[in-house]
Design a protein. Structure first.
Length: 385
């Protein structure tokens, strides 16, 4: 069976989480770089990666890698690659990409060169001068970093963060892949009691349920590579049947969400129904100032508002103070809070046990992790102006 080099981009800060997922799936020769994990595997692993990887943005086949400092070198590098092994006579092969810190910095020019080289290669292999491109889409993606070129082919189609359960979201949703990564860092599992007092459209709660019940996040959607004819027709069906058989219906996981916005409460339950996990989630309209849990063990994960304008920022800072007052600090209560605010710990009233730099979209954030437990009824905020 053909062995592929598979490449998965991810959000910065989640590389180690994704690498662990890949190893658990059986990927070999796993290599980690900034924002990307590369590994080897067969067609079955390509399909399972699309179905199972919670923190990957997409699954790509690495067609080749070479150095290029001129358009001539870019053309020759692409032309030498055996892309006819993937692209048929009628297939569509659009090109997109990016370049950073490289001699070749004009993206439109690079796109044109890559396309021209691909056309020449395929013309010679198929004896065609013109390609109708009416068949399945084979998206070619180039990345050029410090003059090093990667040519990739996307197998996912729509980004993998699109699980299919969240067509509707509130104004500031956290990306599903980021939420899944944070939940894995928080060690959410089949027995976790999960809380989110700023539930928004329910992403943490739903991703937590999928993770705890071992439900493949891509189970409810399709992937572009299924239309290619490159893999056996039965492969996708077999992988989905395998995924269904692995669902842990006996998991003791429960999720509890709250939000001050009644529309967020409605959205969360609507999305939970679409994700197939409504029985695992309970949501209520409630201010964070009323937050409390009687659970002996619980994990609280949240993405509190941070605001962009001065008044909103001041309101967010008051929320952080309130969180510090109501988030009880005791053993077996663990808190994971993502925020871009540089003074979060001071406002919350306690230094985090650990921090991790993450990006929520283009916003640089920190994941503040509190898991050691402290005696007392709540955080004792330091004086914060």
């Amino acid at each position: 069976m053909t062995d592929y080099i598979i490449s998965c981009p991810c959000l910065f800060g989640l590389e180690s989480v994704l690498a662990s997922e890949v190893k658990a799936l059986g990927g070999s020769d796993v290599a980690v770089t900034d924002g990307r994990v590369t590994f080897r595997g067969d067609a079955g692993l390509v399909m399972r990666a699309n179905l199972w990887l919670r923190t990957a943005e997409r699954v790509q086949l690495l067609l080749g890698q070479f150095r290029a400092q001129s358009f001539e070198e870019l053309f020759e590098g692409v032309y030498r690659l055996p892309i006819e092994q993937y692209i048929g006579r009628e297939d569509a092969f659009p090109v997109k990409g990016w370049s950073l810190n490289s001699q070749l910095h004009s993206i439109p020019d690079c796109q044109a060169i890559v396309k021209k080289a691909a056309v020449k290669r395929l013309s010679e292999k198929y004896g065609l001068q013109w390609f109708p491109e009416t068949g399945p889409v084979h998206q070619l993606q180039f990345s050029i970093l410090k003059d090093e070129v990667l040519l990739l082919m996307d197998t996912s189609g729509v980004g993998l963060h699109k699980r299919g359960y969240r067509p509707n979201a509130n104004e500031a949703p956290i990306k599903e892949t980021l939420a899944a990564g944070i939940l894995q860092l928080a060690r959410v599992g089949q027995g976790t009691q999960l809380y989110d007092p700023f539930c928004g459209s329910g992403t943490f709660l739903i991703e937590g349920a999928l993770l705890a019940m071992n439900i493949a996040p891509g189970l409810r959607r399709q992937f572009v590579c299924e239309k290619w004819g490159l893999f056996p027709e039965s492969l996708a069906k077999e992988c989905r049947m395998e995924a269904v058989a692995k669902v842990n219906k006996g998991a003791q996981f429960r999720a509890f969400g709250s939000d001050i916005d009644p529309e967020a409460v409605r959205l969360t339950m609507e999305n939970a129904v679409k994700a197939g996990v409504p029985n695992r989630i309970r949501v209520e309209e409630k201010d964070v100032a009323q937050f409390h849990t009687d659970e002996l063990r619980a994990t609280i994960v949240c993405n509190p508002p941070y605001g962009e304008r001065l008044l909103e920022i001041k309101e967010a800072e008051q929320l952080y103070r309130t969180m510090g007052q109501v988030f009880e600090q005791r053993k077996f209560l663990n808190y994971y809070v993502i925020s871009p605010h540089e003074e979060f710990e001071r406002l919350f009233g306690l230094p985090a046990d650990k921090r991790r730099k993450l990006y929520n979209g283009m916003i640089r954030c920190q994941l503040f992790m509190y898991f050691k437990g402290r005696a007392g009824q709540g955080a004792k905020p330091q004086k914060a102006n």
